[in-house]
Design a binder for this molecule. Structure first.
Ligand SMILES: [Zn+2]
Length: 121
C-alpha cells in the first residue's frame, strides 16, 4: 500500500476503534479496512494486531468453530482510554487537512502575532 509508513498510525487507530465497538478478527478487519480504501495485506495487519496487543491496547482470545480456530481481538481498558485521548487531536488534524491553505491566517493565528517583530534576535 502506498504511504503505508505514514498511514500506519491511522490504521492502528481504525483497528482500535472497531475493537472497542466489538470483537474483531483478522480477516474481517482486512475487509473493513479495504472498504475504507486501505489496501493492506495480512502480512501487514497481523504484525500490527500483535504490536497493539504487546503494547496493551488489545486483548485476544481463541474461539473454536468446529475445526476452525479464530483469534478474536477486543480493546482493553487502556485501548479505550487511548482512543478517547487521541480523538480530539485526530479531529483537529482532519479539520486542518480539509482547510484550504490560508497563509496569512496560519502565520498569524497559529504562530502567535505578526511575522515581523517576533522570533528575530
Ligand atoms: Zn471502519
Amino acid at each position: 500500500m502506498a504511504y503505508e509508513d505514514l498511514l500506519s498510525g491511522l490504521i492502528e487507530l481504525h483497528v482500535l476503534y472497531h475493537a472497542a465497538e466489538e470483537e474483531i478478527f483478522g480477516l474481517g478487519m482486512l475487509e473493513e479496512l479495504r472498504r475504507h480504501g486501505y489496501r493492506i495485506s495480512p502480512g501487514t495487519l497481523y504484525p500490527l494486531l500483535h504490536r497493539l496487543m504487546h503494547r496493551g491496547y488489545l486483548q485476544v482470545r481463541d474461539m473454536k468453530l468446529g475445526r476452525i480456530r479464530r483469534r478474536l481481538y477486543r480493546a482493553t481498558p487502556k485501548g479505550r482510554r487511548a482512543l478517547t485521548a487521541v480523538r480530539d487531536q485526530v479531529r483537529e488534524l482532519m479539520g486542518e487537512l480539509d482547510e484550504k491553505p490560508r497563509r496569512a491566517r496560519m502565520s498569524q493565528a497559529k504562530h502567535g502575532g505578526t511575522i515581523e517583530g517576533k522570533g528575530e534576535g
